[in-house]
Ligand binder design. Structure first.
Ligand code: NAP
Length: 364
């Protein structure tokens, strides 16, 4: 559905914008970048754009483009939309990659004009690193990519953008912007604030004994507390109501729990419920992905063993979607986890590996 040579303009060549350029260019599209001149020079050197312009030349950068992706910081996206709507050609699809969607979509709705379309976007992939130098063409592979079309956007336009996102290897999920923001507040923004709160709770103790014993579980739970406020400030500002609601629900649950700490039956049910709920969260997926079908393979610690396994699967024409080495110990070997998108692929890979003498388990 997307022709080679289609022009895509990416505005803001940082981690996310740079990764879009990488992949679109690799797929044979004509990529125009808009950023500061130093960044454009880097992008040209990396050969991830065909052409580049500074922000002051946005009208030239938009001319002839079929798709525009705005990839600057969240608050900046909203400020740029008016100018972009004014200068795009008819039938252009404008999208963005901001981590919250309702504010941006309502700004886009104010600027919408006949024959120009806006579909919000949020690739659920990223990193704590910033900048074009950290971008790569595999960033979105297998990640969920949420699209939030404005009401009234023709289905064929949503399909057109979805086909472009397919080129990134991402999985498109279409949601109303306010549903996206409610989910994001509960599964991303609330945990982020709690990780920061927990870490600051430790800082309040200001005691190395506490810090040393916090290694392990506490450290794992608070990994995301190292994120920078630069991006999170914008996220909280643009999803304030949903974040407040999530925090207020959490406060009620915390106080309910505090009142029942000596109720053994309640706590037992509380833990059992959490165990059950956690099992329902897809384990090996980025974001809202459907679970993969897993095959576990016992691997021996010997030269060329991983290549033997992956080559066997390759020769049986099965595509491995995810791969992870679990519990490997020197001299003892370990377990290799292979993820497949279809059960039939998992079964085919398992029988091919059994045929070469591997110990294999298909996980249901
Ligand atoms: P980034 O690496 O910092 O890139 C943003 C780029 O925007 C910069 O490289 C900069 O390029 C340009 N820019 C324009 N105006 C700017 C300003 N006022 N301040 C700073 N930079 C400005 O950030 P990113 O991680 O790609 O994030 C970009 C967007 O993606 C954000 O809206 C974010 O919400 C969204 N997002 C991020 C992630 C993630 O994990 N990082 C995941 C999903 C979505 P020039 O210096 O050349 O102008």
């Amino acid at each position: 559905m997307i022709d080679e040579g289609t022009t895509v303009t990416v505005i803001g060549l940082g981690l996310i914008g740079g990764a879009l350029c990488h992949t679109f260019k690799k797929k044979g599209l004509k990529v125009t970048g808009v950023s500061r001149s130093e960044t454009i020079a880097k992008a040209l050197e990396m050969k991830i754009i065909n052409d580049g312009f500074e922000y002051s030349r946005i009208p030239e950068a938009l001319s002839g483009s079929s798709f525009v992706f705005v990839c600057t910081p969240l608050l900046d996206i909203g400020e740029r939309l008016g100018d972009i709507f004014q200068h795009v050609d008819k039938n252009t699809v404008i999208s963005d990659v901001g981590s919250t969607k309702s504010v941006i979509c309502s700004i886009a709705e104010k600027h919408i004009r006949k024959g120009v379309y806006f579909i919000g976007g949020h690739p659920m992939a990223g990193s704590e690193k910033r900048g074009i130098e950290n971008s790569n063409p595999y960033l979105f592979y297998d990640a969920v990519y949420v699209l939030t079309p404005l009401p009234g956007t023709p289905k064929k336009v949503v399909k057109k953008l979805s086909s472009l996102i397919d080129l990134l290897g991402a999985n498109v999920m279409i949601l109303p912007s306010e549903v996206h923001d409610e989910i994001a507040a509960n599964v991303s923004h609330l945990p982020q604030l709690l990780a920061v709160l927990l870490t600051n709770h430790l800082a309040e103790k200001n005691n190395d004994l506490f810090r040393n014993l916090a290694a392990g579980g506490f450290r794992d739970m608070t990994r995301i507390a190292s994120s920078s406020y630069a991006m999170w400030g914008d996220i909280i500002k643009t999803n304030m109501n949903e974040v407040k609601k999530a925090l207020s629900d959490f406060k009620k649950e915390l106080s309910y729990l505090t009142d029942r700490l000596s109720d053994d039956n309640y706590l037992d049910r509380f833990f059992v419920n959490a165990q059950k709920e956690r099992k329902t969260i897809p384990r090996y997926s980025k974001g809202f992905l459907k679970p993969l079908f897993d095959v576990r393979v016992a691997v021996q610690d010997k030269h060329g063993e991983l290549a033997r396994i992956t080559n066997t699967i390759y020769y049986h024409d099965v595509n491995i979607k995810d791969i992870e080495i679990v519990n490997i110990r020197e001299g003892e070997g370990g377990i290799l986890r292979l993820g497949f998108s279809e059960k039939k692929d998992a079964l085919k890979a398992a029988s091919a590996l059994q045929a070469i003498g591997c110990e294999v388990a298909v996980m249901d």
